[in-house]
Ligand binder design. Structure first.
Ligand code: FEO
Length: 424
């Protein structure tokens, strides 16, 4: 593998690393094409800036490319757009080789940098949106873009050349040594997959970041992973705008609230419960309730619905002391989106122990969803009285959605008693 730097312009070089054999990233992402850790050198009349570094295991590539474009004593500035170790692994060694270089990080990265380097006396300058540093005839300007992908993340804009060093934003895991988007293989699936897993949970922050990025003239987007976007760079910005916007126009009116009721049933009891809950919710003016049988669907299909919904109820029987897999798959898919604050609840029939409802409730509570009601658990076949209990549960869920029910004060004694009942 050649370890030559690659020129983006006369003054800007790619000095990153190729990692073609990696097959998963952060444990959860599949990377069939490996990835790249992109780092850059910018030369101004008053010195050199290094923008990001690489994973520690790839440091040799980084230093070899850096040494081909600059001496260590020329490095005036090190900018870290994001502190995750895939971009800061080579930082300690770079600081050792270029001790005069000043470190620039975002304001939200201040607490992380000491932990990252395991060092309390790290010297750095924290910067925010609009701050600039000068390299003489080149100027670097910062844009704070938190949560894309960690709270610390920022982008850096090279004003004179309209190059956006975008960190993880607009990146993807796709390794191709041809490097530029107009040269590499078709990487669209990797771009979409990366957005779905890294950026989508922070959709509101994507929208805020786009408001900073869209007004800038941009010739090149230089992300920290995957192809450098020099051909039609603004089309990738537009794609983020599309992906972070609404999907199909919802048929729900602005003054209505949506309640999704997912269920799965072995012998029909949980189905009966779900239908009665739906009927109860529909009695509340302004609630649009929908029923989905998880046996006929797939959590990937449902996740778009959940993202737009106001409330989610999940019905599962208890089998072998647990909720069933489709229910857990659905709840797992919530990690791809932001469900914080959505109304949630669980219900289900059971044969002898009935743990599923409380387990699902606990998991959704852990995701910071709002659970104002105790879920309904019914032994075997629901009686008429128990179906009425389901109807009332749906009605109360609807009332909470519409804000016509006072928030519940959690009674810890009752909560603990219900846990004890499950254990016994
Ligand atoms: Fe590429 Fe979030 O690190």
């Amino acid at each position: 593998m050649t370890k030559s730097p690659v020129w983006l312009s006369e003054r800007v070089q790619w000095i990153g690393a190729l990692d073609p054999d990696m097959r998963s990233f952060d444990i959860i992402l599949k990377t069939p094409n490996g990835t790249t850790y992109n780092a850059y050198a910018v030369r101004g009349s008053d010195g050199v800036a290094v923008v990001d570094t690489v994973k520690a295991e790839c440091a040799d590539q980084f230093f070899e490319r850096l040494e081909a474009v600059a001496r260590y004593d020329e490095i005036k500035v090190i900018i870290l757009n994001h502190l995750e170790p895939d971009h800061t692994g080579a930082l300690p060694e770079l600081m050792r080789r270029a001790p005069q270089a000043k470190l620039y990080i975002s304001q939200s990265a201040q607490l992380m940098i000491k932990a990252l380097l395991n060092q309390q006396d790290v010297e750095f300058t924290s910067v925010g949106t609009g701050d600039t540093i000068s390299l003489g005839d080149r100027t670097l300007k910062f844009l704070h873009t938190p949560y894309l992908h960690w709270p610390d993340t920022q982008c850096t804009y090279l004003e004179e050349e309209c190059i956006l060093f975008s960190g993880d934003v607009f990146g993807c895991h796709f390794c191709d040594e041809r490097l530029f988007n107009d040269k590499v293989g078709d990487f669209r699936f990797a771009f979409e997959y990366y957005y779905a897993h890294i950026m989508r949970p922070f959709r509101e922050h994507v929208i805020n970041a786009l408001q900073l990025i869209e007004p800038l003239p941009i010739n090149i987007i230089a992300p920290t992973h995957g192809p450098i976007l020099r051909d039609k760079p603004t089309s990738y910005i537009q794609r983020y705008r599309d992906l972070s916007g609404q999907g199909l126009q919802s048929e729900v009116n602005a003054d209505e609230k949506t309640l999704l009721i997912f269920y799965i049933s072995a012998y029909g009891s949980t189905t009966q419960m779900a239908r009665m809950i739906r009927d109860g919710a529909e009695q509340v003016a302004g609630v649009r309730a929908s029923l989905y049988d998880m046996e006929g669907g797939d959590s990937d299909l449902f996740v778009d619905l959940v993202e737009d919904a106001d409330g989610i109820l999940i019905g599962s029987p208890t089998i072998n002391g647990d909720a069933v897999k489709p229910a857990w798959d659905l709840v797992s898919s919530f990690a791809k989106i932001n469900v914080k604050g959505k109304l949630a609840g669980a219900f289900g029939s059971f044969g002898w122990s009935g743990e599923a409802v409380r387990m699902l409730e606990d998991r959704m509570r852990g995701l910071k969803m709002r659970l104002p009601l105790d879920g309904v658990r019914i032994k075997l076949i629901p009686s008429l009285d128990e179906l009425e209990q389901c109807r009332k549960y749906g009605q109360e869920a609807g009332e909470h959605l519409m804000g016509v029910n006072a928030p519940r004060v959690i009674d810890m004694a009752t909560l603990l008693a219900s846990r004890k009942e499950l254990i016994n």
